[in-house]
Design a protein. Structure first.
Lengths: 300, 269
């Protein structure tokens, strides 16, 4: 049984579709990313999965139960953790107080000190929330999400507003959670976050899923055109280089091909035969960002 | 690795007792209030300071319409009403709006703690603050030689109806305030303007135009209910059913608004 199963999910507000015909599954232990621009429907989707918002149509199962079913909602909420898109922590409590309070809502929470250690706030445990930096408050927010020892963790843009080191620390924490068996469903609009963390990704754009797959294969990324580039050797004319349709800009030769193995073979064979080195030789596959921009641009 | 999910169940779950959870939640509500000592002292102490100022200016003035009682004797039940309205209406509605807009209500909603426990804790906390203010008012009054209440049972009944009525109204009004910035100004302007015309600061002659208008408002009805039971006026009844009825109707309006418009997520209006 998957941790999350979504089939033809729809949510509308009057005539406006917030989400339409969304279908995907998240397997247990997986890190699944919902990628999309602001207003694409990411938050609405996870709010429905959390049972916070009712859906207009389709079928949804979170940990095997319908999250809108009031009879099992409390059971479900003991098994999920939620990190909201925006900070939501009382300013006057200390870090320890707010975590201890929330731990009391769960039947088998993680030890408070363990969570404080995990989120890297050991030195700030007795400090008031209002005295923490924005990044530290965000980490506390994540701590509140995991205090109940969840099987499934929803992270709504967990690293928005964090500095690079804060982002890396959050990624490490998410990796640790995933390694211990926690299923993670995160929303983001950072491509590097998806590549660093996600086992699977779905691109949500204008309320619909426009592509899904692994970060390395989504949108045909693993089988599409690659770019080969290198600096033109001294005394060599570009017409002598055995690559198809070369383009030269500032002495850098670039060529695009679907048959990179053959082109590379011919290029490197030619270079060895003629005693040339090929400075800066690189093979670049289309980036996730390119795929994402293509997917979302094509829809505009 | 954690244990995997067992069969879904409804109601309570092992390990978390609902009643203990209410007590715990009330403790954290109180902690949250007192952890901001300046805010707490100003909130609680404002009515006391207000009463002391009025007492110092009242001198030996009396209220003829109430059988010639001293002005301070008139002020004490009025400021008890003020304490109720301040805690249950003003502070509660502003707190709710701020929590909603900060996302705190949404976070609590997403926790396994049932809504009724969370809201009960908020109400109990409000009542504690309210009782503190009432006791302070009565103590200050006693220090200045004020005697009363003359009729305890109607007085306590008016307190209970006032607490529930204004709590419901405070919840209802919180749903009308679009954002945290507007909460303080909107609630306090309405609150103090209505107070000014409802007989808190000076006696209003029954049957006057002002009395006829403010008689429709719960503020005046609560002040009058507490006055009637606190100060014994020969020939009058301490039981103010019609006054309590008006407060209850406004409270029902608050419940209606709350049920229709309540939102856990920030409105950001």
């Amino acid at each position: 049984m998957p941790a999350v199963s979504v089939s033809h999910l729809a949510k509308s507000y009057g005539d406006v579709d917030a989400v339409k015909d969304v279908t995907f599954e998240v397997e247990k232990g997986e890190v699944f990313a919902l990628l999309g621009p602001n207003g694409a429907g990411k938050t609405t989707t996870i709010e429905i999965l959390e049972g916070f918002r009712d859906r207009s149509g389709g079928a949804v199962q979170t940990l095997g139960v319908d999250p809108s079913n009031r009879a099992t909602q409390r059971w479900l909420r003991t098994r999920i953790g939620v990190v909201l898109q925006e900070l939501a922590v009382e300013p006057f409590y200390s870090v320890r107080q707010v975590l201890t309070r929330n731990a009391g809502y769960y039947p088998s929470p993680r030890p408070v000190d363990e969570v404080i250690e995990l989120i890297g706030l050991k030195e700030k445990a007795d400090q008031r929330v209002k005295r923490l930096s924005g990044g530290q408050q965000r980490r506390l927010d994540v701590g509140l999400g995991i205090i109940g020892n969840p099987e499934l963790l929803f992270l709504d843009e967990p690293t928005t507003g964090l500095d690079p080191s804060g982002r890396r620390a959050s990624w490490d924490l998410i990796r640790q959670l995933a390694a211990s068996g926690t299923t993670v469903l995160l929303t983001t609009h950072y491509m590097d976050e998806v590549e660093a963390l996600a086992d699977k990704v779905a691109v949500l754009f204008r309320a619909e899923i426009v592509a899904s797959g692994t970060p390395t294969s989504i949108g045909g990324r693993d089988s599409g055109t690659v770019t080969i580039q290198f600096s033109l050797p001294e005394g060599v004319s570009v017409s002598d280089v055995p690559v198809p349709a070369p383009r030269v800009v500032d002495g850098i030769v670039r060529t695009s091909t679907d048959d990179e193995l053959r082109v590379l073979h011919e290029l490197t064979g030619w270079a060895i035969d003629h005693g040339h080195v090929l400075p800066g030789l690189a093979v670049t596959r289309v980036s996730l960002e390119d795929i994402y921009l293509n997917l979302t641009r094509a829809e505009q | 690795m954690r244990a995997t999910a067992t069969t879904p169940m409804s109601g309570s779950f092992q390990g978390v007792n609902d009643l203990k959870l209410i007590g715990r939640q009330v403790r954290y509500e109180q902690l949250s209030f007192w952890l901001n000592p300046i805010g707490a002292i100003l909130t609680i102490g404002f009515s006391t300071v207000f009463l002391l100022i009025f007492e110092s200016t009242a001198g030996k003035s009396t209220v003829k319409a109430l059988g010639g009682i001293k002005l301070i004797q008139y002020y004490v039940p009025g400021f008890v009403a003020y304490g109720i309205m301040s805690s249950c209406f003003s502070i509660l509605s502003i707190t709710i709006v701020n929590r909603r807009e900060m996302g705190l209500l949404k976070r609590l909603r997403l926790s396994p703690a049932p809504t009724w426990i969370l809201m009960s804790a908020v109400f109990i906390n409000t009542m504690i603050l309210c009782v503190i203010q009432i006791v302070l008012m009565l103590a200050v009054g006693r220090a200045f030689g004020v005697h009363g209440p003359a009729n305890w049972v109607p007085f306590l009944l008016a307190l209970v109806v006032g607490i529930f009525g204004f709590t419901a109204l405070g919840m209802g009004v919180s749903t009308l305030v679009p954002n945290a910035d507007a909460a303080g100004p909107v609630v306090n302007i309405v609150f103090f303007v209505v107070l000014a015309f409802s007989g808190l600061y000076y006696p209003i002659t029954p049957g006057s135009t002002l009395a006829n208008i403010t008689d429709y408002l719960p503020v005046r009805r609560l002040i009058v209910s507490l006055q009637d039971s606190f100060n014994y006026i020969p020939g009058t009844s301490p039981w103010a059913w019609h006054n309590l009825g008006v407060i209850a109707i406004w409270g029902a309006g608050g419940v209606f608004l709350t049920l229709r418009r309540w939102q856990w997520a920030p409105r950001r209006g």
